[in-house]
Ligand binder design. Structure first.
Ligand SMILES: [Fe+2]
Length: 380
């Protein structure tokens, strides 16, 4: 049971102020023709603005704003025209998960000329994919180290990714100072996303001791720090701790798997525009509760600060998680998000299409369990 593979292809620079070293990397790699995708909300952030300004000194810089919170494949095809330059050598993404995902897609689409949707799936790219530099300005998505980029197929009403080793960033600059301007809502959503990653990567059937090690460390840091940060958003030390924890959980995620809470978040994003992190967060306590009732005991090893016996430790995790969710004002009422009783069937069906994630849950969790939770959370 101790056999595992572990690698971290992405070269990571972490700490306050490290984003200024991006220019050194561009120089060292002789990358002079640079594509940049950045979150349009960041222009008011002085650190990001001066970073973008400094990149303008590259011989050639093509810039595109990511203006969409959940990009679609159609939006990728609209933006790609700006990157239609075969001399581009690298794509930099600066922003939250959506901007980083869009940067990953542009790295694919410069030389892979078919419609973006044709690259949906795993390793569908046949031509060169440009190297990617990921510069997150939110802490939680893990996109800076994962080989995935998620987009909505607006025709099929599904959220599916462009995935493959080639879209894993070559460099990641994790600079907590860049997260200082992240507002409370996205700070919570991204942080909660990382907690979902940690819990589900820890409990996944294909998890291993290395993934569990990172998940545990990542979970503990974010779980203890995020509630403090939401009351003190300008505190860079808290920003740093959450960013570090979220990064560790991202490593756990890429060496393990997601689970039902992440899977159930997908239809919520596509149909009700619920941010991905919050979507997973809504369902996480219910998935944990289900697993405990079904006999899973592993959570006692994920979080047990008081060294309690297994049952008490698991109940403590659930109690503290619910208290934390209360503070974050994560809803228990899907009706408030627009979900009707009549929708439960298709949400269940769409979640079932992510069977790979459901299969990773340590106890059986399929149609009946999904529908039970959706019923519990939706007014009749
Ligand atoms: Fe996620």
């Amino acid at each position: 049971m101790n056999i595992f593979d572990f690698s971290l292809k992405t070269k990571v620079k972490f700490g306050c102020g490290v984003s200024k070293y991006i220019l050194n990397i561009l120089k060292a790699e002789s990358w002079n023709h640079v594509g940049l995708v950045y979150d349009h909300n960041l222009i008011q952030n002085q650190d990001v603005d001066s970073l973008i300004h400094s990149l303008g000194k590259s011989d050639r810089l093509i810039k595109a704003e990511c203006t969409i919170s959940e990009p679609t494949y159609d939006s990728l095809d609209n933006v790609r025209g700006q990157f239609n330059d075969p001399d581009l050598q690298v794509i930099i993404g600066i922003g939250g998960g959506s901007a980083l995902d869009m940067a990953k897609a542009m790295a694919v689409l410069v030389h892979n000329k078919k419609p973006a949707i044709d690259y949906r799936g795993f390793d569908k790219m046949t031509e060169l994919v440009l190297p990617i530099i990921a510069v997150p300005t939110t802490a939680g998505t893990g996109s800076e180290v994962t080989p995935n980029a998620s987009f909505i197929d607006s025709q099929a009403k599904k959220k599916l990714g462009i995935n493959g080793e080639a879209v894993r960033p070559t460099y990641a600059f994790l600079d907590p100072e860049l997260t200082l301007s992240c507002p409370k809502g996205p700070t919570i959503s991204a942080g909660v996303d990382s907690l979902v990653h940690a819990v589900e990567a820890f409990a996944a059937k294909k998890s291993n001791r290395m993934a569990r090690f990172f998940a545990k460390e990542g979970f503990l840091r974010v779980f203890e720090t995020l509630p403090l940060l939401v009351d003190d958003l300008d505190n860079v030390l808290l920003r740093e701790e959450v960013m570090f924890g979220a990064f560790l959980s991202g490593i756990a995620l890429m060496h393990s798997g997601t689970g039902p809470a992440a899977a159930m978040s997908y239809p919520m994003s596509v149909h009700y525009h619920v941010p991905h992190g919050l979507g997973g967060g809504i369902f996480l306590p219910y998935v944990i509760d289900h697993n405990i009732r079904a006999g899973y005991t592993g959570y006692a090893d994920l979080y047990n600060p008081n060294k309690l016996e297994t049952n008490l430790a698991q109940e403590l995790l659930l109690t503290e998680l619910r208290e934390c969710w209360e503070k974050f004002q994560i809803t228990h009422n899907l009706s408030k998000l627009g979900v009707k009783q009549a929708d439960i069937g298709f949400i269940t069906d769409e979640t079932m299409q992510l069977k790979g994630a459901l299969d990773q849950n340590p106890t059986p969790f399929y149609e009946k369990e999904i529908a039970n939770i959706l019923n519990m959370l939706t007014e009749g």
